[in-house]
Design a protein around this ligand. Structure first.
Ligand SMILES: Cc1ncc(COP(=O)(O)O)c(C=O)c1O
Length: 390
């Protein structure tokens, strides 16, 4: 959550909140929404949660988590690993084995892999490494905002390029924004929060072109939702200006265990490691053991992907039946328009213990619902109907 703002950002933020307060009945003197220059809007979660009656079951559809728990094979491996949790983890070499396993899957070497405490740590490393000399960084609006926030705090100018009408990255427009001060450009594929993808061949050409002028970061947190898994990882083998971000938090069901990784050229990995807080051992030994096993739990993964698709189709059908425009999603979340909803959507849904998110795209208001279990999405369907029609 941002704490420091420039005067201009404060003014923009004030105006935004004023406008938002006008349209959002119920938000008065102390609005609970916030906006960042990268376009993220939400309720401040701790404040909201403290006001909720949590005696009933909270339905957490606000963080794109896997609702089916940690994969059974990972749970077993984690439990077994606990006995040696008193050691830092240099001893048994599991970290190196995980790097090798990931590298093998991608056709690369372990020197291309940097393990991190969630892929958020990769975003922090990139913010620090590429933002240390200020300049600018280019992002879609909206997209996953964390890297932009890190960089902004270092004095980097954040350049937002609106997504196209169908909510995809506007690659040409992004390319056009690169100038001599540009340090990094991010493409989130599939994109959070819109759930859209860009064509793989177009993206490949774009990476080749853009990386001649700036570092290109492809955030692939949701790549495993796509059956053909069109990763850009192969490009890093002979390109020192491309970085891929991955996580075990989504398909692999380990969000709370904090493990992710970056894929990049070994020379860049070595540089990035210098910016890793806690050095190469920032990931816990149990998380490493869990991730190794999760990669082999194809039964869990395939069953999750199937259930997610069924619950996602159901969710989209619910939105359709209420005439709410939504963006067809490739992921475990759906982005939908709040243009016709006059109130504070997140707050109203939370009254029924259903947590969702809101975003601002300049003047437009959008909602995002994460896909939970079918039962949870049935509750979502009932609650949104009540809230929408009240
Ligand atoms: C696109 C994207 N990148 C990165 C992250 C960070 O995830 P984690 O730190 O859990 O790996 C998220 C989390 O929601 C995300 O949506």
């Amino acid at each position: 959550m941002p704490t420091k703002c420039t005067d201009m950002e404060k003014i923009n933020r004030k105006n935004f909140l004023k406008n938002f307060a006008v349209i959002a009945a119920g938000i008065t003197a102390a609005p609970e929404v916030f906006a960042t220059p990268t376009g993220f809007v939400s309720h401040q979660r701790p404040a909201l949660l403290s006001k909720l009656d949590t005696s009933g079951k909270l339905i957490m559809l606000n963080a794109n988590e896997n609702p089916y728990g940690v994969p059974p094979k990972a749970q077993k491996a984690i439990i077994e690993s606990l006995a040696t949790g008193n050691r830092y983890g240099f001893v048994d070499n599991t970290r190196e084995k995980l790097r090798e396993k990931i590298a093998q899957k991608e056709g690369l070497s372990k020197e291309h892999i940097l393990l991190s405490a969630g892929s958020s740590e990769v975003l922090g490393i990139l913010g620090g490494y590429f933002g240390k000399d200020k300049g600018n960084m280019i992002f879609a609006l909206p997209t996953f905002w964390l890297l932009g926030e890190y960089a902004k705090n270092l004095g980097v100018e954040v350049v937002n390029v609106p997504v196209t009408k169908d909510k995809k990255h506007d690659l040409n427009a992004m390319l056009g924004k690169i100038n001599r001060k540009t340090k990094l450009l991010q493409v989130c594929n599939p994109n959070n929060p819109t759930g859209t993808i860009v064509d793989a061949t177009e993206l490949k050409n774009f990476c080749t072109e853009a990386s001649k002028k700036t570092a290109v970061f492809i955030d692939e947190a949701y790549i495993d939702f796509l059956p053909d898994r069109p990763t850009m990882a192969g490009l890093v083998a002979d390109n020192q200006n491309i970085i891929i971000g991955r996580t075990f938090s989504k398909v692999f069901g380990m969000a709370g265990l904090r493990i992710g990784y970056a894929i990049a050229h070994p020379k860049l990995v070595a540089e990035m490691e210098k910016f890793q807080q806690g050095g190469s051992i920032s990931v816990g030994t149990s998380s490493v053991a869990g991730a190794m096993a999760a990669m082999d739990d194809s039964e869990f993964i395939n069953s999750f992907l199937e259930k997610n698709k069924a619950a996602r189709d159901f969710t989209m059908s619910q939105l359709k039946s209420l005439d709410i425009p939504y963006i067809p999603s490739y992921t475990n979340f759906v982005y939908f328009s709040l243009a016709k909803y006059p109130n504070d959507f997140v707050k109203e849904m939370a009254k029924y213990n259903v947590l969702v998110r809101m975003f601002a795209e300049n003047e437009e208001k959008w909602g995002r619902v994460s896909i939970g279990t079918m039962e949870e999405m049935q509750v979502f369907g009932e609650v949104i109907k009540k809230v929408w029609q009240s």
